[in-house]
Design a protein around this ligand. Structure first.
Ligand SMILES: Nc1ncnc2c1ncn2[C@@H]1O[C@H](COP(=O)(O)OP(=O)(O)O)[C@@H](O)[C@H]1O
Ligand SMILES: [Mg+2]
Length: 258
């Protein structure tokens, strides 16, 4: 099967600091891949190279190749804005646009991307909120501010906003780390549903979560602070958590460090 994402020889820098070195991996369509590893090993940095967000940071620079299907995201003439539409992102802290209504939060990306009739927007907003398992909770308050929702609802609102523009890939950077356990389970269930339509890459510091939600797990590590983070291994999640190939992975998942 064609790989949806195919990364080879990827380095990412902040100025002269090499944060991640020589990463190569593939991600299959309609799967969930979890990134785990100790803090500072470059999980977030790597995730942001997958939709050209890394270069938004001053000094942020990337070498290597990220193929999305047949297209090199770092090829000549590629528009980073259209990349970010194809590859959506959900962040650690729910970040709905605070002054906007629930409805407008979901419609925001669509309005940027083109002209829709009101009835079309209504349909997409409803579909996206249903897709994010939020519709029933907000259908009577679509015109109230998104910031009035609970943390877990806000995160599902951000997921609705991300899927409204129909990306192919969804990147999630510790999407549950600011949420209570019930909201966390709601997001985990949602990830299970979303993978039928999207390819998902999720960073998590919670190994139980990685084990619950992902098909594949990638373990990142760094030799020492100031050294670049590296991909140590990627394999089926079941295998990573039962019989990993590398001792450092075993040490990490059994809680011996990190
Ligand atoms: N904006 C930045 N400027 C400079 N260095 C950064 C920046 N963001 C992250 N780093 C550094 O890059 C390395 C990887 O960080 P990060 O990708 O956030 O790791 P993780 O998500 O695994 O905790 C760390 O050494 C971190 O200090
Ligand atoms: Mg991080």
């Amino acid at each position: 099967m064609a790989k949806r994402i195919d990364v080879s020889g990827l380095n990412a820098y902040y100025g002269s600091f090499l944060a991640i070195e020589d990463i190569s991996m593939t991600v299959e369509p309609r799967s969930v891949t979890a990134f785990i590893g100790p803090s500072g090993c470059g999980k977030s940095t790597f995730l942001r190279t997958l939709n050209r967000m890394h270069e938004v940071t001053p000094g942020g620079r990337v070498e290597g190749k990220v193929m999305l299907d047949d297209e090199n995201l770092y090829g000549a003439g590629i528009d980073p804005v259209s990349v970010r539409r194809e590859v959506g992102m959900v962040f650690q802290r729910p970040n709905p646009f605070p002054t906007m209504s629930v409805y407008d939060n979901v419609a925001a990306g669509l309005r940027l991307n083109g002209k829709y009739k009101k009835s079309e927007l209504d349909d997409i907003v409803e579909k996206s909120l249903r897709g994010a398992n939020l519709w029933n909770e907000v259908k009577d308050r679509l015109n109230k501010p998104g910031s009035g929702l609970s943390g877990g609802q806000q995160q599902r609102l951000c997921i609705a906003r991300a899927i409204a523009v129909e990306p192919n890939v969804l990147l999630m950077d510790e999407p549950c780390s600011a949420l209570d356990p019930i909201s966390t389970l709601a997001i985990e269930d949602l990830i299970g549903e979303l993978k039928e339509r999207f390819t998902i890459v999720i960073v998590t510091h919670n190994m139980q979560q990685a084990a619950r939600v992902s098909d594949r797990t990638a373990f990142f590590n760094l030799a020492a602070v100031g050294q670049p983070g590296k991909l140590i291994e990627i394999d089926d999640t079941e295998r990573i958590f039962s019989n990993p190939s590398v001792q450092a992975t075993e040490d990490y998942i059994s809680g011996r460090f990190g």
